[in-house]
Write a new protein. Structure first.
Length: 169
């Protein structure tokens, strides 16, 4: 995979996604990815869990208005932060569904998303564990990304991610 297509994910966001996926199994769960772009690469600093009353073992949808509420709340703490995409679990080892692809394509062109290259991060279950499958909508394609864990964003205003480690898929 090309070095060009990668994503940084903070350890707390990584842990939040895995913990939520395990907690809500066998249903899907998901939420919003918050962070910054460093160059054109996403750096997810927060993964906010957003419960849905409609979640089932094969379906999850972020409730209407939840993305905007999460972004507003995050920006109160740090105005550098913004919407980078969505995450959700797949209680089976299944990649993006047609609905997942459709949602990412719609978000890429939606003015209110403010994110022309949204990230989709799937927590896919293999055996008893979940692994993360990151993708990014680029033009008409949902591209695979290389996942690199990183620490938190510096409070001094720096937008350089600290050294991280690659997570294999």
């Amino acid at each position: 995979m090309s070095r060009r297509w990668r994503i940084w994910l903070s350890e707390p966001a990584h842990e939040q996604i895995l913990a939520a996926a395990h907690e809500h199994f066998p249903d899907e769960i998901g939420g919003v990815l918050i962070g910054v772009e460093n160059g054109r690469r996403p750096w997810v600093t927060q993964a906010v869990t957003v419960p849905s009353r409609r979640a089932t073992p094969v379906y999850y949808e972020i409730p209407a208005g939840a993305r905007q509420r999460v972004v507003r709340r995050s920006r109160r703490d740090d105005p550098r932060l913004g919407y980078l995409g969505d995450w959700h679990s797949h209680p089976a080892d299944i990649g993006p569904s047609d609905k997942d692809r459709e949602t990412m394509a719609e978000l890429a062109v939606a003015r209110d998303s403010g994110c022309p290259r949204p990230v989709l991060l799937l927590a896919r279950r293999r055996g008893e564990e979940y692994w993360l499958d990151p993708r990014q909508q680029v033009g008409s394609k949902l591209r695979e990304l290389q996942l690199i864990t990183a620490g938190p964003m510096a409070s001094d205003g720096s937008l350089r991610p600290p050294p991280g480690r690659r997570i294999g898929t």
